[in-house]
Design a protein around this ligand. Structure first.
Ligand code: PRP
Ligand code: GLN
Ligand code: MG
Length: 506
């Protein structure tokens, strides 16, 4: 997953973009980038690393201007090379820079078409560079001179929706004209709109992946960007919005609520925190139903995402809740780290057990999800080493059995511990005394409870059914090969100097 942000302001935006990216850091830890625009000149800084590592004071000083966009990256297409860090830039028409969260499922066809029909060369293996070029070509086709009206921009987004398949929440700046944001017709990835009245006068607009970014920099949440909708704020600060898809519908990614988003965010009018608590309630009910005379003494979360869920399970089962693992606050999220070796090493560096909470007890460990099983297997060992008598395990998401093609890095079924396995077998593999998973229906209900308009969700990792209907085995095999190839290539690349034409090296 990635995090995106954009501000069309009346005051300098560099600090606000930086602050917003720091609270979106949980969506991507590999690379970060900011582009600002001042007097028709674009300034950029992007590199691998966390936000606080990428931007030094000297970079921030250069990022001048009242409009800009930012990105934190968790790679899905291509590699984690800095060449694929975002935002991307094309110099025609007008000069456009874009940041994208999601993944396109017809990227290969689009790249070929862009070369054949639009004579556009795409230099990286990033699908986001393709998205930018498709948008640029659409805008180019719709404008004959230097004039650009909101209706041109909306027609271009309508063209993008017709051509592109997959997941995309995107923000772009068309230099000298305005800021554009749009969400794919299924609303797979989240996107919110906010505003702030500036003390010096004038209204500033901001879009971001999650509402927490608006809160952090003092913007008021206006609403979610609807599936298929485009938001355009002109350089003069005028806001225009339009539905640009023919058949928009809510089929947003349910995994945002399970794991990705921060609990203090609202997505599609639903509090992520409230959903996680309700996931705990539902799972607690299932445990009480299926493990009638359970002998659990204590409920312990696996920090950090599962804490709100575990608390509610404990409450529901009338059991004590204890924070039996301490999380090292300087280690990031393990699941979104690149490479299985790095992920494996990180679990023990990240979590450590408080022995007194385990010794001689039957514990129920709770996690939001089991994906590769890296965390659960190691954490169960740690609980036993700490003296637990029995270790039960509960997953607040159902069994993850299929690859994700919409922006989550789960490219191969062979990596997924639940693929082709039933609960007993998974239980044995992770070494638990008992294992229980949430029902998909209960997970969907947990979200829908707070917004009944959300009738359907993108749940392919549980069901193998893909909302864009274009994903077959051939595509999945191709993605897997590409991904392996790209990560090998990334290891031998020299990315020391990647500058943009009009600015010196960062
Ligand atoms: O089965 P696995 O492949 O290990 O993946 C699942 C685990 O990864 C995530 O934690 P992560 O450490 O990324 O972040 P968190 O601190 O937000 O829980 C998730 O919360 C699970 O704990
Ligand atoms: N996780 C994401 O949203 C990734 C965005 C884009 N596909 C990339 O790889 O950079
Ligand atoms: Mg976790």
């Amino acid at each position: 997953m990635c995090g995106i942000v954009g501000i069309q302001g009346t005051t300098p935006v560099n600090q606000a973009l930086y602050d917003a990216l720091t609270v979106l850091q949980h969506r991507g830890q590999d690379a970060a980038g900011i582009v600002t625009i001042c007097e028709d000149r674009l300034r950029q800084r992007k590199a691998n690393g966390l936000v606080r590592e990428v931007f030094e004071e000297r970079h921030m000083q250069r990022l001048i201007g009242n409009v800009g966009i930012g990105h934190v990256r968790y790679p899905t297409a291509g590699s984690s090379s800095v060449a694929q860090a975002q935002p991307f830039y094309v110099n025609s028409p007008f000069g456009i820079t874009l940041a994208h969260n999601g993944n396109l499922t017809n990227a290969r066809e689009l790249k070929e078409e862009q070369f054949r029909v639009a004579r556009r060369h795409i230099n990286t293996t990033s699908d986001s560079e393709i998205l930018l070029n498709v948008l640029a070509h659409e805008i180019d086709q719709l404008t004959q001179n230097l004039h650009l009206e909101p209706e041109h921009v909306f027609a271009a987004v309508a063209g993008v929706h017709k051509k592109i398949r997959g997941a995309y929440a995107a923000v772009a700046v068309i230099i000298g004209h305005g800021m554009l944001a749009f969400r794919d017709p299924n609303g797979i990835r989240p996107l919110v709109l906010g505003k702030r009245e500036c003390a010096q006068g004038g209204t500033e607009y901001m879009v971001a992946s999650e509402s927490v970014a608006l809160n952090a920099v003092g913007f008021e949440l206006l609403r979610d960007v609807a599936p298929g909708e485009a938001i355009y704020v002109t350089q003069q600060g005028e806001l225009f919005t339009q539905q640009c898809a023919q058949e928009p519908q809510y089929q947003s990614c349910i995994f945002e609520y399970v794991y990705f988003a921060r609990p203090d965010s609202f997505i599609d009018k639903v509090s992520v925190y409230a959903v996680r608590a309700r996931m705990g309630l539902k799972l607690g009910e299932k445990i009480a139903r299926e493990w009638e005379d359970f002998d659990i003494d204590v409920v312990i979360p696996i920090p950090e995402t599962s804490c709100d869920i575990a608390l509610e399970i404990a409450h529901n089962l009338d059991l004590p809740y204890r924070q039996g693992f301490v999380k090292n606050r300087y280690i990031g999220r393990t699941f979104i780290m690149p490479g299985q070796e790095q992920r494996q090493q990180s679990v023990r560096r990240k979590l450590n057990a408080i022995h007194s909470e385990f010794f001689g007890k039957n514990v129920l460990l709770v996690d939001d999800s089991i994906v590769r099983g890296t965390t659960s297997e190691q954490i169960i060992k740690m609980a036993r080493e700490a003296g637990a008598k029995k270790v039960y395990f509960a997953s607040a998401a159902p069994e993850i059995r299929f690859p994700n093609v919409y922006g989550i890095d789960m490219p191969s079924v062979n990596e997924l511990i639940a693929y082709g396995r039933e609960v007993d077998e998974i239980c044995q593999l992770i070494g638990a005394d008992g294992l229980i998973f949430q029902e998909l229906e209960d997970l969907e209900d947990a979200v829908r409870h707070f917004n009944p308009e959300l009738r359907r969700f993108e749940t392919s990792v549980f069901t193998g059914e893909y909302v864009t209907k274009d994903v077959d085995q051939r595509y999945l095999d191709e993605q897997y090969t590409l991904r392996s190839l790209n990560s090998e290539l990334a290891d031998c690349q020299d990315d020391a100097h990647l500058a943009i034409y009009n600015e010196g090296e960062s």
